[in-house]
Design a binder for this molecule. Structure first.
Ligand SMILES: Nc1ncnc2c1ncn2[C@@H]1O[C@H](COP(=O)(O)OP(=O)(O)OP(=O)(O)O)[C@@H](O)[C@H]1O
Ligand SMILES: [Mg+2]
Length: 329
């Protein structure tokens, strides 16, 4: 009997806890969220074409060689050619594409430039629609993909255009064939730049020679780390921290996203050498991620205060949308 009483109060306690959780869920507006669809998301950020070039370190050689290719009118038989930038998450593909897109010579060379952030969903209709709206400057409702493509074809006909498709994951060649069909009437020298983490995507999209983007050199990585951790260009004033910083950047493999994230973690902690050593010696570095970015990001995630951790988790519920921007010369 006593046992039954205890059981009852335990059940009441659990029920009340569940009610509290339900209240919290309502307050956060999590009702009606299609969790299944969203966990399929690759959890990346939407980016526009704008860039502050003064914050980008290194990459001059990559930019120069790609700009030279962009300005070539090489293949007279093929009016539109595809160039791709391939590399790990956070290595700087989008950043490099922004540098190309906003380069003065590139801007002067192309009559029409459009930037589309594609990310998760490769919807031919949505991407084509985003490009049409960017070129046309107005929203139009198209009843079918065919009508949309006819209108888009007219807009790009005989123009030398540059389209950036940022963050592509599509491996279906037929979808790509469909997307590019209105662009085949462009003027010779028109280019499509694709950024992707996957080499296979570049091949599916007929990219002649993928540009494999490597990590930053140690020297540039150290500067980027110093800038984010100390607001300095280098470690000249902090010789003992420099030794630890060198160890940390080695583990970051030249990935700017990792260097920035960890630099910011240490900026908050200040110049206390123990804190820096703790980060360098954390066992999270040992997580296997096939050469990806996970351990470095986990370290910066673990350092967030609890309420920001929750906010971070909450953000993963949001869909990404195809976005665009354009400039017409
Ligand atoms: N050369 C650089 N100098 C300074 N910061 C950089 C550099 N390259 C990239 N970054 C910064 O690193 C972060 C990641 O870069 P970016 O978004 O270009 O990577 P990505 O390769 O496109 O990643 P993803 O595969 O997730 O799309 C951004 O905050 C960007 O500003
Ligand atoms: Mg990117």
């Amino acid at each position: 009997m006593i046992y039954g009483h205890k059981m009852k109060s335990k059940v009441e306690e659990i029920t009340s806890r569940l009610n509290d959780l339900a209240d919290e869920r309502n307050k956060l507006g999590l009702l009606g969220v299609n969790v299944k669809a969203k966990t399929g998301s690759k959890g990346k950020n939407v980016q526009t074409s704008l860039i502050d070039k003064s914050t980008v370190l290194g990459r001059e050689a990559d930019a120069d060689s790609l700009i030279a290719k962009l300005l070539e009118d090489e293949d007279l038989n093929r009016k539109v050619s595809v160039m791709s930038i391939v590399g790990l998450g956070g290595i700087g593909k989008t950043t490099l594409a922004k540098i190309l897109y906003n380069d003065e010579k590139v801007m002067a060379h192309f009559e029409l430039r459009v930037w589309v952030c594609v990310s998760d969903e490769f919807s031919v209709f949505n991407i084509s629609n985003a490009i049409f709206q960017a070129v046309d400057g107005h929203n139009q409702d198209f009843a079918s993909l065919d009508l949309l493509h006819v209108a888009l074809k007219e807009k790009v006909a005989n123009k030398r255009f540059l389209v950036v498709l940022d963050d592509i994951w599509n491996e279906d060649h037929s979808q790509w064939e469909l997307l590019k069909s209105p662009f085949l009437v462009g003027s010779t020298g028109s280019k499509i730049i694709v950024t992707t983490r996957k080499n296979k995507v570049a091949l599916v999209m007929d990219s002649a020679q993928p540009h494999m983007l490597k990590g930053l050199s140690d020297e540039i990585a150290l500067s980027l780390f110093a800038y984010n951790a100390l607001n300095e260009d280098n470690f000249d004033e902090y010789p003992s921290l420099k030794v630890i910083a060198k160890g940390i950047i080695k583990k970051c493999d030249g990935l700017p996203l990792a260097l920035i994230a960890l630099g910011r973690v240490l900026k908050i902690k200040g110049t206390n050498i123990d804190e820096w050593e703790e980060l360098l010696n954390s066992e999270i570095w040992d997580i296997e991620d096939g050469g990806g970015i996970l351990p470095a990001l986990k370290l910066s995630y673990y350092d967030l205060p609890l309420h920001l951790k929750q906010l971070f988790a909450y953000c993963s519920f949001f869909f990404q949308k195809t976005t665009y921007s354009t400039r017409i010369n």
